[in-house]
Design a protein around this ligand. Sequence first.
Ligand code: HEM
Length: 229
Amino acid sequence: MSNSFLSFSSVTKKITMAIAGLFLIVFLMVHLGINLFILPIHDEHKEWFAAAAHFMGTNWVVKIFEIVLMAAIVIHILMGILLQIHNWMARGTRYKVAPKSKTSFMSRYIIWTGAVILLFLAVHFYNFYFIKLGIVEAPAAANIPHPQEEYFYEIAVYLFTNEMIFNILYLVSFVFLGIHLNHGFQSAFQTLGLNHKKYTPFIKGFGKVYSIVIPLGYMIIPLYFMIFG
Ligand code: HEM
């Protein structure tokens, strides 16, 4: 394999990973928007959440979106692992001294913040998504008649009120999600060559705000049940 082939394939991997990552960034906003209905923000918040969950579980456009989402998750993770292995191999043979810039420091650790998010997703799918797919039973103590997406509200309230371990696990994961997004957002725009004199500072600023506001938004849900549950 020639060097140029290796570097070409690395660029392709980076671009694929960045596009999948940007798609996941959009998903995280939609997902948070729906999940915030778990909180008592309105008299009919339960009905709104159930309606959103039902729509997400039955609408065919959403079902296609779900397949694209799962593909984006798998592609993003796979490309990340392959690029990381490539980097480790290159570092071992090419560099005697590790680069010390802030960016390289962050990129070196992004694989580990990603690994924490992957672990979180395994637990999270066990908590909700696998119940919908019928792979996992809903927690018996949650008293759910027919475990379907309509009961995600009851499952969420049960988990965050009775299972402190999940509150802690979710909260810690959201901190890692913020760190991952903070670097990943800028990295994706750089990879896609969207760097621009005028717009780059705005993109960087937006990335910073996004990587703080979105994880904080997710944190509000377990925190609410920890404090008021
Ligand atoms: C407190 C925070 C969260 C709550 C309450 C929550 C709740 C849920 C629920 C109820 C579902 C099932 C929806 C369905 O299948 O129709 C779900 C699925 C899912 N969640 Fe979360 N989630 C949270 C945070 C996150 C985060 C931070 C991520 C990503 C890092 C994430 C990724 C996913 C994915 C990929 C699915 C499966 C796809 C889908 O069904 O939409 N979730 N979540």
